[in-house]
Every structure is written in C-alpha cells, then in structure tokens.
Design a protein around this ligand. Structure first.
Ligand SMILES: [Zn+2]
Length: 309
C-alpha cells in the first residue's frame, strides 16, 4: 500500500485554549455595559427633568456628572450630549443599548449638527448612516455630509506648564490679532517689549478693575464706609435698588460665588458663572435691599429659586 505522508500522519487537533471562556464572558460584560450606559443616560435625563442636580448644589448637569458622579470631563460631555439628543430622538437610547450607536459617535455627530444647525430630519438621516460605524468611519461620513469646515471646531486648550505658568492655545481671527498688536503699540510706553502674555495680563487687570464687582478703586471703597443711598425719602429708596457700594459688599462677603446650599448635605454651589444678586425675602413679600437680605446666586440657582417661589 502506498501512503502519502499526509495520510500516514494522524491529525492532531490543537488543544483549545482554556481561556476561550474569557471571550464569551467579556462579550456578555460588554452587553451589560451598554445596557448600564443606557440606564445612566435615562437617569441623567430624569435628574435633569427634576432639577435634582440644582437642588444638590451643582449649576449644570455636566458639573454634576463630573463632581458628583466622578466622570472625566470628556466622559461627562459624551453622556450629557446623549441626554440632550435623546430628548428629541428617544429612539437613540435603544440604539445605544443594542450597540448600533455609541457615545463617541453620537457626541461627534452632535458637534457637527451644532456647527451646521442641522434640522431634526437631517440629524436622523445622518445617525442612520453612522450606525455600526467606527470612530474613523463616522468622521469620514460626517465630513462627506457636512464638509471639513464643520470638522475643525474652535478649540481652546489650556495646559498646565511648569511652576505658576499655563499654556493657552486659542484660534484667533486675523482681525483680533491686529487689535492685539495695536494694543501692544499703545501700551509700549509701559513695556516696550510687551509679549502677548504680558498684554493679556495687562488687559485682564484693566477689565477686572472695570467689571469685577469685588474690585474697585480707592474712591469707591471710601464710599462703602458712608452709605447714604436707599434711605427712606431718597430717590433711590426702592427695595429693588441696590447701590454700587452695597453690591460690592455683597460680592466681597460672598467671595464672588453662588451661595446656594443643598438643604440636605449643605454643599455650597460656589459657581462664579453669571452671578446675580437675589433678595432672600422677595421684594413682593416686603424684602429690602439690605446686606442681610441679599445674596449672590448663579443664574441656574436664581432660576430654580424663581421656579420654586
Ligand atoms: Zn449656583
């Protein structure tokens, strides 16, 4: 009998790697991960609807996601973007669950939608096109549909440098650069070798002196010591009128931050974004413009206050 070499050798089945079960286990975990992400999005939506994040002392859902839930800024951004999208397209929750869409692709698409003001029908059309696509494929589709202009977002990056310095990367219009150069020339008597960094510092000092209610020149500080406005009979005696001196005292006392506190945990908001002076006892109930009755609230907590009163 003639045997070929192949026939004469018994086939040896390679031994299955005992770690193969890890694949199935991981696959199940990924499915569970997607399901949990969908639940997180749903809960975030409920937290936004009930304004719980505001009541807990956070000025935005994003801040809540970062500080209370411990997400990184990019993770929080992707999740709050998905919440925003799910509000107008509830079907995306199901697609996130099944894996047809993922948070990265959604937030990338939302960046484009915002840039080009895409209407709802167009958004739905694009989301269908990026289903089951990788990040790179999604980017290609978005560029093909909207052009490269929408791809290049206006990025501003701040990096910590050594010591007390930071690196700031910003995209400027040529017109703005010309204005900066003009200012450098005008301030050359102060510093003939003024760098852009020196100029920005110079501009900050100037603007803060003008705009920051916590700052003020010596003349105004003298005025604090002798409040004379808002006395009965004075033309500005309205309880809504807050003199500049009183305003500054409130800003200084509250350290230029929102004073809202979570009634349960006593956590203070401390946001310094869009601060407003609020009457603790509203004017309509007899509240006065006095130091005891005034406080700083951020825009979000001022609105919450209005909604609840
Ligand atoms: Zn606040």
């Amino acid at each position: 009998m003639n045997f070929t070499y192949e026939q004469s050798q018994p086939r040896v089945q390679p031994k299955a790697d005992p770690n193969y079960f890890l694949h199935d286990e991981t696959l199940n975990l990924v499915k569970e991960e997607r399901r949990l992400t969908g639940l997180v999005i749903e809960n975030l939506q409920k937290i936004q609807d009930s304004k719980l994040y505001l009541k807990m002392g956070y000025s935005s859902l994003f801040e809540y996601a970062v500080k209370a839930l411990g997400y990184s800024e990019s993770c929080a951004y992707r999740r709050t973007s998905a919440v925003k999208m799910a509000r107008v397209m509830p079907e995306i929750k199901q697609k996130l669950n099944s894996g047809e869409l993922n948070l990265t692709n959604l937030s990338m698409a939302q960046g484009f939608f915002a840039k080009v003001n895409a209407d709802l029908a167009r958004q739905k059309e694009i989301l269908e096109k990026i289903e089951n696509c990788s990040k790179r494929e999604t980017e290609k589709i978005l560029v093909r549909e909207f052009g490269t202009k929408a791809l290049a977002p206006k990025r501003e990056v701040v990096q910590t440098a050594s010591g007390d310095e930071a690196l700031l990367h910003v995209r400027l219009k040529h017109e703005t650069l010309k204005k900066l150069d003009r200012l450098k020339s005008l301030r050359a008597h102060k510093n003939p070798r003024m760098s852009y960094a020196d100029l920005i510092d110079d501009m900050c000092e100037y603007m803060l002196k003008k705009l920051d209610p916590m700052k003020g020149d010596a003349k105004s500080r003298t005025a604090i010591a002798r409040p004379k406005l808002n006395k009965p009979g004075h033309p500005h005696a309205s309880p809504r009128y807050i003199s500049p001196q009183l305003k500054r005292r409130i800003w200084q006392r509250d350290q230029g931050r929102c004073t809202y506190r979570d009634p349960k945990t006593d956590r203070r908001c401390e946001s310094h974004h869009l601060l407003q002076i609020d009457h603790v006892l509203p004017v309509c109930r007899g509240g006065q413009a006095s130091e005891q009755n005034l406080r700083l609230l951020c825009h979000a907590h001022h609105r919450l206050r209005e909604l609840e009163s």
